[in-house]
Design a protein around this ligand. Structure first.
Ligand code: OSB
Ligand code: MG
Length: 369
């Protein structure tokens, strides 16, 4: 791959609107941007989707930095890898820490595609010219505010609406949304806010024609989800619980879900994300691409991944304007009629605006390879 340097940047970008889930509220998005360079001056870009706090999963921004600096970059230095699909194997001796691995791995994929002068989507076998997009809407302070936001997102053209739920913000809210919008494609995401003891309560959601219920139970569970899925008509979609293609196989065999949300960060990189996508295609389990409030870098990677054929449901890959006043990619990611075009330029197909990147950079460090 001819990697000469890895630069890590701690970035903080202010969100246009605070984003609230069952586990907390974010006002700004802090993350690590990873830049890898080759000897001809090209750069590949990736983004760690770990949050500052270990509230979505166990990973953190600082933890990812440590893993990158002390373990993953040194592994790159030791082994000469010809193709980015070899990185998953190289990193496999490091347990877990999948978001840290994915940050570096995706940057290498971008660089590789640029060196081939091909779009990343094409390099990984993507066939779509454009992808369908949905939008994820956080918990608000009132039903009125939520309905107002949903109305604006429908006007924007998003193909499906996902709302975050938690105990006390669930059945009544979904009921209110369905009264105002009887026909929109609608789903909910609980981010692990319930237990099997809530089964009777969650069964009420079966009355609202939801596309799916995302991750209702524990972040590390497959077994209780199986029991809940037996009691629900609405499909369960797993997010947090799926860390690999092998997890997906187990979940499908158990009957723990009928749909899977794929996030490259959560599964440790693009190689594993593709493997997971292919396994689900074989088993006729639809997948969609999740989001982690990414900057344009991670967003561009999500778009490339979503070009694969079994991404049959709209993803959480909303346009830059849903999150930021200005994004660090040029052009910003835009949507038309609920679709985002898969870019045809090399690599992720979006340029990085170095001036804006510098403006949001709190700290940077470069490591030779
Ligand atoms: O569970 O999908 C999730 C945001 C932060 C953490 C977890 C999740 C989310 C979202 C937003 O739902 C997705 C996005 O718009 O990027
Ligand atoms: Mg989710």
């Amino acid at each position: 791959l001819d990697i000469q340097t890895v630069t890590l940047r701690h970035i903080s970008m202010p969100l246009l609107n605070p984003f609230t889930t069952s586990f907390g509220t974010l006002h700004e998005r802090e993350f690590i941007a990873v830049e890898v360079t080759d000897s001809e001056g090209r750069s590949g870009w990736g983004e760690s989707v770990a949050f500052v706090e270990p509230s979505y999963n166990e990973e953190t921004l600082k933890g990812n930095w440590h893993l990158l600096e002390k373990f993953l970059i040194p592994l790159l230095r030791q082994a000469k890898i010809g193709h980015p699909s070899g990185l998953a194997d190289l990193f496999s001796r490091i347990r877990g820490n999948r978001m840290a691995k994915a940050a570096l791995e995706t940057a290498c994929w971008d660089l590789y595609a640029k060196r081939q002068n091909l779009p990343l989507a094409a390099v990984i076998g993507g066939t779509k010219a454009s992808i369908e997009v949905g939008v994820s809407i956080g918990i608000k302070s009132s039903l009125e505010q939520l309905l107002d936001t949903i109305g604006r997102r429908i006007d924007d053209g998003y193909k499906r609406i996902k709302i975050k739920i938690k105990p006390g913000w669930d059945i009544g809210i979904v009921d209110g949304v369905r009264r105002k919008y009887p026909d929109i494609p609608l789903m909910v995401d609980a981010n692990s806010a319930y237990t099997l003891a809530d089964t009777e309560h969650l069964r009420q959601l079966d009355d609202y024609r939801l596309m799916m219920i995302e991750q209702p139970l524990a972040y590390d569970d497959l077994v209780d989800h199986r029991e809940l899925q037996r009691q629900l008509r609405t499909p369960i979609c797993l997010d947090e619980s799926i860390h690999s293609a092998d997890d997906a196989r187990k979940a499908i065999e158990l009957g723990s879900c009928r749909i899977i949300n794929i996030k490259t960060g959560r599964v440790g990189g693009l190689t594993e994300a593709i493997k997971l996508h292919n396994l689900c295609a074989e088993r006729q389990i639809p997948v969609w691409c999740g989001g982690m409030l990414e900057s344009g870098i991670g967003r561009a990677h999500n778009i490339a991944l979503s070009a694969l054929s079994n991404f049959t449901l709209p993803g959480d890959t909303a346009a830059s304007s849903n999150y930021w006043e200005e994004d660090i990619v040029d052009p910003m990611v835009t949507m038309r009629d609920g679709q985002i075009s898969v870019p045809d330029g090399p690599g992720i197909g979006y340029g990085i605006n170095l001036e804006r990147l510098a403006k949001y950079t709190l700290y940077r460090e470069q490591f030779p390879v």
